[in-house]
Write a protein that binds this ligand. Structure first.
Ligand code: NAD
Length: 467
């Protein structure tokens, strides 16, 4: 069994219990990690508190050097880490390398630079305004981009001068262990970074409530985020939340329909649909609707579902049996509520592994369950509209606001519609994801922003000194 990492040492959990890690393609147990306890959180929070003065007072350039060395090691180990993620999470191995591993290495390197270059001092009249690290940060992360979500928190927190206690997802925790080895190897001082694996309601809740924790940064479901917020509120901690999404892909009548549908389907199904920012609702003008459905079905049927280690696989298994069952439940619900299943469905494409076929629903009406709730699997809904105002109303008509897309014949028109969307990210005519631009949610998709300079600001307090 693996161990926790607290105060610069690998150590057993006080609980003595473990959590099995399962390969979702084979359904085999591949590893065991400690099921951490509140006592472990206590030790880790104290270690992080003890390390805070030294780390926060270190010159930013010195912190940057250590983070740059970690980014370099991450790149060097990227092939191996990508295989780890393909094995415990099920991402196709090419995607696991490029997006799940090399992208986080880029983000880590960006914070190595920002540690020094981000301005910490300004003047306002007779005041000197300085930015200082928040303190001890509790980071709680999900399984879908297991390394990226960690880096999005840990890199800016360490760059800011904070110390960290991380609880990775218990479902896909192995990349977090590789990252911990890297931080140990580059020589982060003891207690600056601590790893406590375990379950959310035990370890996560103990972290959110702990008096030595100054800030909680959480990524995961809206329900768990709400719980974390409530616990953190007791001691008025700063809270950053990256939660769920139900993002809209608005295709305007003057857009290149074939391209918009093809890219839209790809975006919805990326990482087997287990992407918080996935465009799961394709909103298409009534006059082009039938053609869009035809194109979406054709694209979905062309996707190969299978072994994450086969280079031709486009869609791997879902991460767990629980997640597969949840997605199947939604596919059944869509049919019960009158949506038309036009591709995929509930039949498993393989005998073993938690696979779900890429699934497309037509005749989806605003307000249906599959149109409102985050499914987190390869399920796309096509919704018709009759005017631009109605398209915007449908796009904004959920409790979420994380991402989205607008397609039009002109960038100007697309941007004008994008400005009306109550959401944190919008791709204009397929604009590529930018890992250095702020990312985060409106409404119940979250609070705060990750990535780039804004992501660093989340971990800084502001002090005004009147001269
Ligand atoms: P989850 O909420 O079940 O778990 C996320 C993390 O929170 C895990 O580490 C889990 O152990 C922990 N947790 C669970 N209950 C907790 C509690 N009561 N107190 C403290 N911690 C708790 O989510 P998941 O199933 O791992 O991930 C999928 C969800 O994450 C989806 O809703 C997805 O949209 C969301 N997500 C959001 C973003 C974003 O940036 N907005 C990114 C990735 C995933």
């Amino acid at each position: 069994m693996r161990q926790l990492y607290i105060g610069g040492s690998w150590t057993a959990s006080a609980s003595g219990e473990s959590i099995e890690v399962v390969n979702p393609a084979t359904e085999q147990i591949i590893d065991r990690v400690p099921a951490g306890s509140p006592d472990d959180v206590e030790r880790a929070a104290q270690a992080a508190r003890k390390a805070f003065p030294g780390w926060s007072e270190l010159a930013p350039a010195e912190r940057g050097k250590l983070l740059a060395a970690a980014a370099e090691l991450l790149k060097q180990r990227s092939e191996e880490i990508a295989k780890t993620i393909a094995t415990d999470m099920g991402s196709p191995v090419g995607f696991a390398l490029k997006v799940q591993t090399l992208m986080p290495a880029t983000v880590l390197a960006s914070y190595a630079q920002l540690a020094e270059s981000h301005p910490r001092e300004s003047r306002v009249g007779n005041s000197m305004v300085v930015k200082e690290p928040v303190g001890v940060v509790a980071a709680i992360t999900p399984w879908n981009y297991p390394l990226h979500q960690i880096i999005c928190k840990v890199a800016p927190a360490l760059a800011a001068g904070c110390t960290v206690v991380l609880k990775p997802s218990e479902v896909a925790p192995l990349a977090a262990y590789a990252l911990t080895e890297i931080f140990a190897e580059v020589g982060l001082p003891p207690g600056v970074f601590n790893l406590v694996s375990g379950r959310g309601p035990v370890v996560g809740e103990a972290m959110a409530a702990h008096p030595e924790v100054d800030m909680v940064s959480f990524t995961g479901s809206t329900a768990a985020g709400r719980r974390v917020s409530a616990l953190a509120a007791e001691s008025v901690k700063r809270v950053a939340l990256e939660l769920g999404g139900k993002s809209a892909n608005v295709i305007l009548p003057d857009a290149d329909l074939a391209l918009a549908v093809k890219v839209g389907v790809a975006n919805c199904f990326v990482n087997a649909g287990q992407t918080c920012s996935a465009w799961t609702r394709m909103i298409v003008h009534r006059d082009q609707y039938d053609e869009a459905v035809r194109l979406a079905v054709e694209t979905a049927r062309g996707y190969r579902v299978g072994d994450p280690f086969d280079e031709t696989t486009r869609i791997g298994p879902l991460v767990s049996a629980t997640q597969r069952d949840r997605v199947i439940h939604y596919i059944n619900r869509g049919q019960e509520e009158g949506a038309r299943l036009v591709a995929g469905g509930t039949e498993p494409p393989h005998e073993r592994g938690y696979y779900v076929e890429p699934t497309v629903f037509a005749a989806v009406e605003p307000g249906m369950t599959i149109e409102q709730e985050e499914i987190f699997g390869p399920v796309l809904s096509l919704i018709p509209y009759t005017s631009e105002d109605i398209a915007v109303e449908i796009a904004n008509g959920t409790r979420y606001g994380l991402a989205g897309a607008v397609w039009s014949g002109t960038e100007e028109h697309a941007v004008a519609v994008a400005r009306r969307l109550r959401t944190g990210q919008v791709a204009i005519n397929g604009g590529r994801f930018n890992p250095l631009a702020p990312f985060g949610g409106y409404k119940q998709s979250g609070v705060g922003r990750e990535l780039g300079e804004q992501g660093l600001e989340e971990y800084l307090e502001t002090k005004s000194m009147q001269l």
